[in-house]
Design a protein around this ligand. Sequence first.
Ligand code: SDX
Length: 396
Amino acid sequence: QTGKFTYDPGFLSTASCNSTITYIDGDKGELLYRGYPIEQLATQCDFLETCYLLLKGDLPNPQQKGDFVKLVTNHTMVNEQMQFFLRGFRRDAHPMAVMTGLVGALSAFYHDSTDINNAQHRDIAAIRLIAKMPTLVAMAYKYGIGQPFIYPKNSLSYSANFMRMMFATPCEEYETNDVLVRAIDRIFILHADHEQNASTSTVRLCGSSGTNPFAAIAAGVACLWGPAHGGANEAALSMLVDIQRNGGVEKIGEFIRQVKDKNSQVKLMGFGHRVYKNYDPRAKLMRETCHEVLEALGLENDPLFKLAMALEKIALEDEYFVARKLYPNVDFYSGIVQRAIGIPVSLFTAIFALARTVGWIAQLNEMIGDPEYKIGRPRQLYVGASQRNVKPIGER
Ligand code: SDX
């Protein structure tokens, strides 16, 4: 029959899968990767240890870590042909447009790791993707600013290598700053996985068709780009810059009024979450990292950081936000940290994609590794027209 069905929203929120990778308690604001609290991983481990944990199920011992780091390090270069994909883009192409293309294009080069149903292929694809994402993101950045690409340097750590590929030039070496390298490494850890978010669900659904791992990850990159998801860090920083430009802290009240006005469509970017109805634990760690980086750079009076903290304080006390359980999420402070490090706002979501690649791979492998898995096929509730007959065009 036509007419509106009334259906139980629970129908749409049923768990999409069992998983052993990431646990979130949205009410308590808790996040665990393979049982380890994010607070401990972000302060006691580095990103490649976290990658090992997400992929293998436990933290590596020194030998395992050494072997894994060596494997990743030796796969950081990309095929020389990849640069010609970049040259096809306009210089002002958004880095996420470039990354969506480059990641999918990887499947054209590595035929020994494209069979998603072959565990060895999946393992090789995982190493290649984790290793090459920093190189590709740095290439997208260099291409956009008209500088030559910088090759990875195997003597550097994963995150130091990324910073050097971003900021070194043939004329001048990049002197790695341990605080900044530690900050970007922590940003990678905090963004590594987050259970069944939109882009991870996209990767799972895409991979369930049996497509190659690179194509499935490229689908995740495309989904993450959206401002309601990974694009929120770019939008949050732009929001802070706009408020600062229009009067700064003194004008916060006016901005909050706009946000509360239903007709304005203005959102407090970096606030709210589909799962966290408490403070996103990553946001707390990101705020601490922000403080450390700004202090190390002598920018502790950074006006945007002060504006962000003032905005957070007001929002956390305002009935509109409290009633809707809107708290800062991972994107609220990450932009300020990245901007202080020297990363352009247009690259923020590409860096989110770099970090989330390991989570996407771990989730994809968990699904494909389950002998019971089948191609995904979400269903619908049809609320359209009942069957009817076509009339000749003259009678319509
Ligand atoms: C990420 O899923 C993940 O795990 C994602 C992520 C990950 O690691 O993968 O954590 C990364 O995507 C973090 C979220 C980044 N997005 C943003 O910061 C964009 C701004 N946030 C909103 O778009 C929103 O909060 C969502 C989409 C994130 C969550 O939306 P919900 O939980 O579905 O809430 P909702 O849209 O139903 O809103 C509930 C109410 C509404 O008001 P009413 O209609 O009830 O009056 O809260 C309001 C919304 O209008 N609201 C906001 C708001 N977010 C929700 N009002 C102002 N500012 C906001 N940010």
